[in-house]
Design a binder for this molecule. Sequence first.
Ligand code: PA5
Length: 426
Amino acid sequence: MKTIYIDIQNASSLFKEEEYIKMKIEAQAALKKLEDKTGKGNDFLGWLDLPYSDEYKIIESSISDLRAKVDTIVVVGIGGSYLGARAVLFALNNQFQNPNVEIIYAGNNLDERYHSELFKYIKSKNFGIVVISKSGTTTEPAIAFRLLKNQIEKKYGVLEARKRIIAITDKKKGALKLLADKEGYQTFIIADNIGGRFSVLSPVGLVPIALAGYNIEQLILGAKEMDEMTQSYNSFDDNIVLKYAVIRNLLYNNNKKIELLTTYSPKLFYVVEWWKQLYGESEGKNGKGIFPAGVTNTTDLHSLGQYIQEGERNLFETVLSILSPGSIIEIPKVDDDLDNLNYLVGKSLDFVNQKAKEGTLFAHIEGGVPNLEISMNSLDEFNLGALLYFFEKACAVSGYILGVNPFDQPGVEAYKKKMFELLEKP
Ligand code: PA5
């Protein structure tokens, strides 16, 4: 069963045949390099094997006590250490109903107002903490965890607090590892060969998602199916990883320097945020890389729509769609028709949204913004697992085509260095 589809709309017609053929060959070579583990950053390819790991079984069974005990979990982490879980949970959660275990987030910024509101909120909650940091030394989550540890110990006492904290970190090094060992927290390991932004299918993503009550086995199975569908032995036309990597690199070489990942479902907002980190941190180096930006429509058609239609022509757009509507809301008949909407009677809200998407797509193509479309069958764990793994694999292939190491992020140290100087860190 196919879960994810790609439609390259008119984009392939924008390039010369020989340009397209050359890029296809480069992409196939890049995918082979990824599979053979012979490319740049090949010591960071542990994520490739996550669909074949059964660690999800251990996670399921070992978090059940904490899940049964709490109504709220604070996930402490930043960047790749929280965005994957947030993407999946935001997509699956009912936006207007608290799940049995509510997941909230700390340590992904340094804002005092945000954190003081969060600390006040959890006072009346029956809460636990999942602290996630591969390095174990990242300032934002470390500060948030110090404050939360204080709060949880005050509320439940040191011994009970220890049973309510899970640490996810490196197997040997870092301050968080030391602290977790000293306090005896339940700990999951982030393997050395998995970078933060590729870690959603490791305990980094799976533990919070399982604590919220979702089926992490389905997430893994979706990723496994995607891996099988996108091996290098599949023909180019059947391989969506190759297609996506080829088209975006051809567009980049033809002066389309910004990719908008556009969704018509706000439930995918954090999938877009996760994708922005994945592609931005993987490709933006050596003075190169497509700038990844996010758009949520139809909301942003009323804010960014003007720019996309008529601003600088350095954009292309990848529309991320969900094929099944979820539930059906039909537009009812009103006798006086004062709002002039009777022409839509009997049509669903999703139908109108689809037409908005199709109309926008035509308008943007006419306006000089090439469009691709990536569609998933439905919004569930299986499809999300497939989608996230698809984006990871395509990102690696795309980074190799671009000629960068997609798995390092030397540039993120620069702000830390300046900040530590100002903070007078010893
Ligand atoms: O993808 C990455 O490597 C980064 O975004 C990290 O995940 C982020 O900086 C957090 O790092 P750590 O998990 O070491 O606290």
